[in-house]
Design a protein around this ligand. Sequence first.
Ligand code: DAT
Ligand code: MG
Length: 138
Amino acid sequence: MSAEETLILVKPDGVARNLTGEILRRIEAKGYQIADLRMVTPSRELLAEHYAEHEGKPFYEPLLEFMLSGRIVAVRASGNRVIEGFRSLAGTTDPTTAAPGTIRGDLGRDWGLAVQQNLVHGSDSTESAERELALWFA
Ligand code: DAT
Ligand code: MG
């Protein structure tokens, strides 16, 4: 099996709502390996690097504030096509329209806030995965 790896984050809403176990269960049930895992209270600098592509967008500041609002569980997951596979497990960005059966579709709520509190992050490409894993598992 290929050793592809991705960065998965259980965001502060997922940790606060006690959904870490349920999210890890879905990752493992799909057959992906949890290669490393840590509980992180990230700095603004780390989050700014992580979300650099979104700087200047209207949701950027609320996004950073949200990500600073509590603890995050960072996961290094591995498996064949895990980058694409986890994005599929997570569902699309907006929890209201994310497909049932996905993490965001089943468990995510739209709180009507300036930022989508959508429980999880997953790297979107091999380049992003490499960059993000280096940030969160330095
Ligand atoms: P994803 O997390 O699905 O890869 P993204 O990288 O486009 O989505 O955006 C990063 C996060 O920013 C996303 O998880 C939630 C928030 N976000 C994105 N687009 C948004 C929007 N239009 N309104 C509010 N929050 C948004
Ligand atoms: Mg993204």
